[in-house]
Design a protein around this ligand. Structure first.
Ligand SMILES: [Zn+2]
Length: 230
């Protein structure tokens, strides 16, 4: 009976990869059964996995682990927690949709971000600042993944690599790892601020520490992981 005791970040770091592999096996089988038929338009095309909002892997893991958490520390039987997490992903169609490129873009732009609309700031003109920003991130991330030489893409990948190695990322650390990027400062600022003209808010800087912006954290991490495993 193996026991895990630690923070949620440690759980994602040490146990997360095992769960990710198990889920990848499930999605691979599911996708193969579709034989290239898009779940949106029914045509035979190259299929992308689209996240169903609120059903991202990390969201599910964190929901299951709540019952094992006391004062921010998780204490659980690993096998039991893993089984619960995997079961919570079933049926796999409740977490992913397999769509062609066109249907994927349409799906993401139609996503209703109810959860975050409640928590977010409403602008005087009635526009919802946060949900607009989330939509923008969901539009841009697939493009950044396709263009790894694009500056925003390089900054984000540099950040994800540091986090993967459990490194505490400050603006100084990130700048050092992006030394070959000319306008690091300008681009980085646009990636942490809200705004019509920004690139897309993916970062949050708190007390000199950079983290992914919470409402899009799972989306970003899983988009890059799916890309890596494709
Ligand atoms: Zn389609």
């Amino acid at each position: 009976m193996a026991i895990f005791k630690g923070t949620i970040q440690e759980f994602h770091h040490f146990i997360g990869p095992r769960i990710r592999n198990a889920i990848n096996n499930l999605t691979r089988k599911y996708r193969q059964n579709l034989k290239g038929i898009c779940e949106g338009c029914g045509q035979k095309k190259e299929l992308h996995s689209a996240h169903i909002h609120g059903r991202e892997r990390r969201t599910i893991i964190e929901a299951i682990l709540k019952s094992y958490t006391n004062s921010e520390i998780i204490h659980c039987n690993i096998e039991e927690a893993e089984n619960k997490i995997l079961n919570a992903h079933l049926p796999i169609g409740s977490c992913f949709k397999f769509l062609c490129h066109t249907c994927h873009v349409t799906y993401d732009s139609n996503v209703i971000i109810t959860k975050h609309i409640k928590e977010s700031t409403v602008l005087p003109n009635g526009q919802n600042k946060e949900s607009e920003e989330i939509k923008k991130v969901r539009r841009k991330i697939p493009r950044w993944i396709k263009n790894p030489h694009q500056i925003n893409s390089r900054i984000l990948v540099a950040f994800l690599k540091l986090k993967n190695n459990n490194i505490h990322v400050t603006p100084t650390v990130l700048r050092e790892h992006c030394s070959e990027i000319n306008d690091f400062e300008g681009n980085y600022n646009q990636m942490k601020n809200f705004g019509e003209k920004n690139n897309a808010k993916v970062f949050e800087e708190i007390n000199n520490t950079i983290e992914l912006w919470k409402p899009v954290e799972s989306f970003i991490i899983e988009s890059f992981e799916i890309h890596k495993n494709a």
